[in-house]
Design a protein around this ligand. Structure first.
Ligand code: TXA
Ligand code: MG
Length: 350
């Protein structure tokens, strides 16, 4: 593909410089790509209403045209032009969670290019809460289609450097506002099926959604651990690091023991082992000889550091990554889903 010079501009995360925003917005209006921060992960943006601009997203990412994009808006009013009707549930959800990491799948209006929806009659829409994202969409004056700014099949980027590592030379501009606060992608909620259904767990938890809409149905079959157990080969390997990963799942003490034993076994074979663990596990791994990456102690910290941890271990050249599992509440559902995908269904149940 054509090689472009990629410029990275620093931008203030809370009070974005207007001149930088205007420059990026002008590129978007001209049909170019801009990588920008959101509170979840960095996005690879284009004007959602220009099919040629949207096509550039698929080319840069090497993404399959069958995978639809999320359209980002800067206010709730912008929904009207993108969807054929706004069900009452939408108002309740947007009042509670917008701006924020909740994507709503709604009936698409004919104004939305087929390239954005991958030919579906629905469109996914979200209003991010990152000040840079909001300012950029507002200044562009158009809705912005944006997938995560990684190459197809790689881990989503939570820093501008991650995005550049994957897409350098394919995008003219990257806005760098530092690391993303949430660290896992938005929750995708389908409002076009009988009951509201989570298609991808993410930054807004199932519990929080149920506090507003009690009939919200939990995740997507192929991303639940139970399904992973039944048919590991069926799992979509989507957030895969480039080295094999194994997920250890069970009580904390059992996970630590099994991960240590596996580290020892592999080291005896001359392998270099990376482990993704929580703060409470660190003492146990002190003299393990593994390359340790610590995710933190709360689920919020773990979510924020997870993708960076996978990338860091990948770059250290480890032969294998051993990850521990986390509890299935709050952000834990999204964390577990991403770990399951990163491990391609290689789960050791304890
Ligand atoms: O947090 C996020 O959502 C980030 C930031 C940049 O906003 N974006 C992101 O986009 O994760 P992407 O393209 O990596 O993931 C979009 C997800 C995919 O799983 C896609 O299949 C789903 O949303 N999706 C998009 N449109 C859909 C539709 N009409 N129906 C069902 N799923 C849809
Ligand atoms: Mg993605």
């Amino acid at each position: 593909m054509q090689h472009t010079r990629t410029t990275v501009l620093l931008i203030d995360a809370t009070r974005p410089e207007l001149a930088t925003i205007e420059h990026a917005a002008a590129l978007l209006r001209a049909g170019e790509l801009v990588i920008f921060p959101t509170e979840t992960v960095y996005g690879l943006g284009a004007d959602a209403l220009q099919p040629q601009a949207v096509q550039r997203i698929f080319t840069a990412k090497e993404r399959a045209l069958s995978d639809p994009l999320i359209v980002h808006v800067a206010n709730e009013g912008a929904l009207e032009a993108l969807v054929t009707n706004v069900p009452a549930q939408v108002r309740q959800l947007t009042r509670a969670f917008w701006p924020g990491p909740l994507t709503l799948v709604l009936p698409a209006s004919s104004r939305v290019p087929k390239l954005v929806t991958a030919g579906l009659d629905t469109v996914a829409v979200r209003m991010p809460r990152h000040p840079v994202a909001l300012a950029l969409i507002q200044a562009a004056g158009v809705p912005i289609a944006a997938p995560s700014a990684n190459r197809f099949m790689h881990v989503s980027p939570t820093t501008a450097q991650h995005a550049v590592a994957d897409l350098d030379g394919r995008v003219p501009l990257v806005l760098d506002a530092g690391p993303c606060a949430v660290g896992v992608e938005s929750t995708v909620l389908d409002l076009c099926s009988e009951a509201p259904t989570i298609l991808r767990p993410g930054g807004v938890s199932l519990e929080a959604l149920r506090s507003v809409l009690p009939d919200v149905q939990a995740a997507h079959k192929s991303s639940s651990l139970e399904e992973g157990q039944k048919s590991p080969g069926q799992l979509l390997v989507h957030y895969a690091p480039t080295v094999p990963a194994f997920l250890f799942d069970g009580p904390a003490e059992a996970m630590r023991k099994a991960m240590l034993a596996e580290t020892q076994r592999r080291r005896a074979r001359g392998e270099y082992v990376g482990v993704l663990i929580a703060d409470e596990d660190v003492p146990a791994f002190h003299s393990s000889g593994a390359h340790v990456y610590t995710l933190g102690s709360t689920l919020e910290q773990v979510a924020a550091r997870l993708f960076a941890g996978l990338r860091v271990l990948e770059e250290t050249g480890v032969h294998v990554i051993l990850c521990r599992g986390f509890e299935r509440r709050g952000l834990g559902l999204a964390i577990q889903d991403r770990l399951l995908k990163a491990s391609g269904g290689n789960v050791i149940h304890l």
